[in-house]
Write a protein that binds this ligand. Structure first.
Ligand SMILES: Cc1cc2nc3c(=O)[nH]c(=O)nc-3n(C[C@H](O)[C@H](O)[C@H](O)COP(=O)(O)O)c2cc1C
Length: 347
């Protein structure tokens, strides 16, 4: 048993990855009920929705759960880049007879803040995890002060050392196989992003805090491999995307369960930060890392109407089809079954 598990009073650290836009409290509750640690992603929730979800979650489980935030800083507005982005998207608007000038610029994802902390504090989350670094020291101290364990993703050894120095209770080593956003925050250089097998043992050797492995883990053998490489636990995302309790759209589920999911790419087109998803028309035609895409999270606003239009036609050509490199674990099943299967890797 490791220190984090002891402090959470569990014997196996199987964390369901928080997946903003693809799940809410229902998935977290199902995972908690089956002996895993469920997560509630807060990045895309309004304060009202977050309060509602926290109420549902805390009424439904007594076991440990994880509340997750993004902690980006607001980007400096860049009118020239926004103009280049709109120019790149203009032909797609013209194709539909839509006016891109009518689309307001906007954020789309909310970072952690004192106002959000006011709302969260009464719910006393056993774990609060962050993606893209950590919030400002006073905010971090506040979260630790009310007793939550603090976790954050590291995509390099340097990031893991930085997180440890700031006082996290555990580091999530996020290999480049992982679905969704890269948690990278000390570098924007994608050549630093390596696979879980390369990253995990290096982080385990570098830090004293427990390390949770994430990225490409989808079955018992994957869990065992991560534990063998020194992980204290694992965090699994993609394998839960087609579970009954996930809110993943029908077209996203279909892509995940088709041959299309054999291909994934990092792309900045949907939010401005690199994230792994199944390639679609807009990624192929504009290039997945097109430099015109505005900084996170402002890229979302101008592509959102195209996404909405095409999803109504049953097409994911302008949707983020987030997926890790290993979608083999995606099955339409109760999350409890997926959790029970993964837990066998700890035996
Ligand atoms: C659809 C999707 C959404 C995600 N959203 C978040 C999020 O909101 N917060 C977060 O910390 N990580 C997010 N992630 C990344 C996961 O925390 C984790 O690193 C990843 O799922 C692990 O790799 P795997 O998908 O191969 O299991 C997301 C991943 C996916 C697939």
């Amino acid at each position: 048993m490791n220190t984090l598990a002891q402090r959470l009073n569990v014997d196996r650290l199987l964390l369901q990855a928080p997946m903003a836009g693809s799940q809410g409290s229902a998935l977290a509750l199902a995972v908690c009920g089956a002996g895993g640690i469920g997560a509630l992603p807060a990045a895309m929730l309004t304060p009202e929705a977050l309060a509602q979800e926290l109420t549902t979650l805390t009424q439904g489980t007594g076991g440990p759960w994880n509340l997750n935030f993004f902690c980006q800083t607001a980007p400096v507005p860049d009118a020239a880049r926004e103009a280049r982005w709109r120019e790149a998207l203009a032909p797609y608007y013209a194709e539909l007879g839509l006016d891109i000038a009518a689309v307001p610029a906007g954020a789309g994802r909310v970072p952690f803040s004192h106002a959000v902390a006011d709302l969260v504090e009464p719910f006393r989350p056993p774990i609060v995890s962050f993606h893209f670094g950590l919030p400002a020291p006073d905010l971090l101290a506040r979260v630790k002060g009310w007793g939550s364990m603090v976790l954050s993703s590291a995509t390099t050894v340097d990031e893991a050392l930085w997180l440890e120095a700031q006082g996290v209770d555990a580091v999530i080593a996020q290999g480049v196989e992982a679905g969704g956003h890269r948690g990278m925050f000390l570098t924007e250089d994608l050549t630093t992003q390596v696979g879980t097998f390369a990253l995990l043992p290096q982080i385990v050797a570098a830090v004293k805090v427990p390390v949770i492995a994430a990225g490409g883990i989808a079955d018992v053998a994957g869990v065992r491999a991560a534990l063998t490489l020194g992980a204290s636990g694992v965090q699994v995302g993609t394998a839960y995307l087609c579970s009954n309790e996930a809110t993943t759209s029908a077209l996203h589920r279909a892509a995940l369960q088709s041959e299309a999911a054999r291909h994934t790419q990092l792309t900045t087109l949907f939010t401005g930060r690199p994230a792994r998803g199944i390639p679609n028309r807009v990624m192929r035609e504009l290039g997945p890392l097109n430099p015109a895409a505005p900084a996170f999270p402002t890229a979302t606003a101008a592509i959102a109407p195209l996404r909405a239009h095409w999803e109504k036609q049953g097409s994911g050509d302008f949707s983020p089809l987030w997926s890790g490199q290993n979608a083999s674990g995606c099955r339409s099943a109760p999350a409890a079954d997926i959790t029970a299967a993964l837990l066998q890797g700890f035996a």
